[in-house]
Write a protein that binds this ligand. Structure first.
Ligand code: RB5
Length: 302
């Protein structure tokens, strides 16, 4: 699998990303190349790029010549990762047939912002770019590993998410966080901040989880109360509203909760993400708890 990093001149950012990726890559058969949309003939990797790579990862690319992007580069790459959204746009407009595999580095890595051009800056500016790229490269490799695992038929936890307008921002944060892990995510809305009714989103997620289309669900409204009450009306759903991590693992271990509810106006984002991680990592303990959960299920028939 070939990953193609693209910047403007291929003397700083993209060749730095290529070197980091190839140096750190632990994925069999995967490697990176880089090129520029306006590479100047015979230009070499900038001295500060060379020095930064030597200092940080002991890789020497001195004398490496800039490569001009061609259609073949795009054709051969599994993913084309542009340093900025401007470059991504230019590539997608010039080669619409490849637009499905063109992303910005940050977007593909699931981090905010763009990779800033260190050209003309001193060593500390180059080091900042290196740090940015290293972080992105790590995420990119994790993402590729997950994809390959999926292709091999490995199982990935499927999570359905939903919220009303009050939970919409926290839900976006939860999704950004989970995108860094090994999960298959589906957002059942709402996707805009306009006022909506939480039972509609509770039902959408709860029905999918109850049908077995997703392993677990996450629902968010202002307090987490309305959306959890609604979800618990669906047969087979055990939705637990949690505001602390103890409840988050206990509701999985003891109650086999299959949906986590959060209150965005009650629980701050830092704690909410810890609660989500705890909930997803915990396992149902079974044993005496199974008997109790069976009794809950029997109540559904009444
Ligand atoms: C919406 O204002 C709010 O009522 C809702 O998000 C939730 O808190 C309901 O329980």
């Amino acid at each position: 699998m070939k990953i193609l990093f693209v910047c403007t001149g291929n003397t700083c950012r993209s060749c730095m990303a290529e070197a980091i990726f190839n140096h750190e890559c632990s994925i069999e058969g995967a490697s990176a190349e880089s090129c520029g949309v306006y590479a100047i003939r015979n230009s070499k990797a900038s001295i500060n790029t060379v020095m930064t790579l030597m200092n940080e990862i002991d890789v020497n690319i001195a004398g490496r010549e800039a490569v001009q992007l061609t259609r073949d580069h795009l054709e051969e790459a599994a993913y084309v990762l542009a340093m900025t959204s401007g470059i991504k746009k230019m590539l997608a407009e010039s080669f619409p047939e490849f637009s499905g595999k063109i992303f910005t580095v940050s977007e593909f890595a699931g981090v905010d912002g763009e990779i800033t051009d260190p050209y003309g800056g001193d060593m500390s500016v180059y080091r900042d770019t290196f740090v940015q790229l290293k972080r992105c490269t790590r995420n990119i490799m994790e993402k590729l590993k997950r994809e390959m695992k999926k292709d091999d038929g490995g199982t990935v936890m499927r999570i359905a998410l939903g919220s009303d307008h009050a939970g919409f921002e926290l839900k976006s944060e939860v999704i950004r966080h989970l995108e860094k892990g090994e999960y298959e995510l589906r957002d059942f809305g709402t996707c805009v901040p306009d006022s909506v009714d939480y039972p509609d989103y509770a039902a959408a997620v709860a029905n999918e989880v109850a049908a077995g289309n997703f392993d677990l669900g996450i629902l968010i409204c202002g307090t987490g109360i309305g959306i959890s009450i609604a979800a618990n009306k669906i047969g087979g759903i055990r939705c637990a509203l949690c505001g602390d991590t103890f409840s988050a693992h206990s509701c999985r271990e003891h109650n086999d909760a299959n949906i986590l509810a959060l209150g965005s106006r009650v629980t701050g984002p830092g704690l909410a993400l810890d609660i989500v991680d705890t909930f997803l990592a915990a396992k149902f303990a079974g044993g005496r708890h199974q008997n109790r959960v069976d009794k809950i299920t029997k109540l559904e028939g009444k």
